[in-house]
Design a protein around this ligand. Structure first.
Ligand SMILES: Cc1cc2nc3c(=O)[nH]c(=O)nc-3n(C[C@H](O)[C@H](O)[C@H](O)COP(=O)(O)OP(=O)(O)OC[C@H]3O[C@@H](n4cnc5c(N)ncnc54)[C@H](O)[C@@H]3O)c2cc1C
Length: 447
């Protein structure tokens, strides 16, 4: 474990954090409990849903959640709010690595999140601006267009993908008119969602608190040690002896578990909130806006007429020292603010609209070499579980991973119902490749 991977203490405020949460710095008890049945480290999407599903499984023992900062202030409160399954764009590479069945497992699992997220929001009656919609991927370079076409038809040929009927490719005038993006010659549309993730997670956490969860905010975990068949969880405020511990620490996992150094790499990303002066026609879709390689932006059209735009990767990826292995979300990447100003002019319904970029923030994503998270029990370390490394794409991956892992934590179902590519295995842990910079197209060491 290394304190250099702990979350920064003074993160930039994101638009999502304007929602008031009255337990944001709660410590349920003044002192940490000396012992607990389960300790969850992290209160983001993974930690909150883990607590929720453990309780859904009728777990009635003691549960403590330890959070380094105020509640849920990591990536979950700093993201694009875009629940967008990856259905086709990576298909060829996933098929190459995992075969047709393996690729289909991932695509079908991500698509299943649309129903699962909608269901949990409706069942629990959570107000989080959720909208089920269609996303539109536009491709603004020749290479991106060709990648799109190749991957789309490759995905359509995969007999194991059950959700392919939900995707449509459009060309020429149809692509421009449907997307509202002037330069878009090819677009792909499919079902997606958008929401206020911080509201969803804190609402779930509120329900867990009502059922007895002990939440300890502003309590960084510094490491764990095996002690008499249990896990001694060491924090800045003392220790807790836990029967089981779950690391829901995403980009920061190396701060609690050294085996993840160089395996889950903290990557700094940028996002913004843009408000129009006179509300233009509502955009029909959310968006993925692709350029060459890993360069892409994403956009959601909020119900109040404002938009969230994230990406600005042109300003980030060339500069390794500014974003790679960086946990500091207290500053912005220089140049990214300018990038978001005027961004909306590319949509022909916004081209004459004056708009203000009123929030720009940074956040830390947990990238992995193979682009998949690590979910499961640590090999040879009974009672220690990990759900982390969502590679900047957690919204369509975390919920059902958490649901499956909760069952495994309780010993109810050790065969995790998640894609094989997500499973935490000895083989994945031993593997020492790290091609993250290469995949982002970053020259090794600029700046
Ligand atoms: C700018 C940005 C935009 C994004 N946009 C999207 C998007 O539109 N769609 C999408 O699918 N995904 C997006 N993502 C990714 C998505 O937000 C994440 O995959 C998801 O939120 C991960 O949830 P998590 O709970 O695993 O991590 P987090 O929300 O980061 O939660 C981890 C928590 O653990 C705590 N913690 C860490 N270490 C310790 C420790 N040692 N002790 C105590 N507490 C600790 C942290 O403080 C944090 O609260 C984006 C991410 C960023 C940063």
């Amino acid at each position: 474990m290394s304190s250099k991977y702990l979350p920064a203490s003074n993160p930039v405020k994101s638009f999502w954090l304007t929602a008031e949460v009255d337990f944001k710095d709660l410590r349920s008890t003044e002192e940490l409990p000396a012992e607990a049945d389960i300790v969850i480290v992290g209160s983001g999407y993974a930690g909150s849903t883990m607590a929720y599903y453990l309780m859904q499984e009728q777990f009635s023992g003691s549960m403590v959640m330890l959070e380094a900062r105020d509640v849920c202030t990591g990536a979950t409160a700093r993201n694009g709010g875009h629940l967008k399954p990856s259905l086709y764009y990576s298909h060829k590479s996933w098929k190459h690595r995992y075969g047709e069945k393996g690729a289909a497992e991932i695509v079908n699992f991500e698509h299943a999140h649309l129903k699962a997220v909608k269901e949990i929001i409706e069942q629990e009656k959570i107000d989080c601006d959720f909208v089920l919609t269609r996303s539109c991927d536009v491709h603004l370079t020749k290479t991106a267009e060709q990648d799109c076409i190749d991957n789309y038809y490759d995905m359509m040929r995969n007999p194991y993908i059950t959700c392919k009927h939900d995707t449509q490719i459009l060309f020429g005038e149809a692509a421009k008119n449907i997307s509202h993006v002037v330069d878009s010659n090819v677009c792909v549309t499919f079902t997606a969602g958008q929401l206020w993730p911080y509201k969803l997670m804190t609402s779930l956490l509120r329900k867990c608190l009502e059922k007895g969860l002990n939440l300890q905010t502003n309590t960084p975990v510094l490491g764990t040690e095996k002690r008499a068949g249990k896990w001694l969880v060491k924090t800045s405020r003392g220790t807790i002896l836990a029967k089981k511990v779950v690391f829901a620490t995403n980009a920061y996992t190396a701060s609690v578990e050294p085996k993840f150094e160089n395996k889950i790499v903290p990557i700094k990303g940028m996002c913004s909130h843009i408000t129009p002066e006179n509300r233009p026609a509502h955009l029909n879709n959310t968006y993925g806006i692709r350029y060459d390689g890993a360069d892409q932006d994403y956009l959601i059209n909020r119900p109040d007429g404002s938009v969230i735009v994230g990406g600005a990767k042109k300003h980030i990826f060339p500069f390794k020292n500014l974003f790679y292995n960086v946990v500091d979300d207290s500053t912005l990447v220089p140049g990214s603010e300018r990038y978001f100003d005027g961004y909306m002019k590319r949509f022909h319904t916004w081209d004459t609209t004056k708009a203000t970029t009123d929030y720009v923030w940074s956040g830390i994503l947990g990238y992995t070499d193979d682009s998949f998270p690590y979910v499961g029990e640590m090999p040879h370390e009974e009672g220690k579980f990990v759900i982390a490394g969502f590679h900047g794409h957690g919204m369509p991956r975390v919920l059902l991973s958490s649901k499956a892992l909760a069952k495994a934590v309780l010993g109810k179902d050790k065969n995790l119902a998640i894609p094989s590519a997500f499973k935490l295995s000895e083989q994945r842990l031993k593997q020492t490749n790290n091609r993250i910079l290469q995949s982002l197209g970053t020259p090794e060491a600029k700046l």
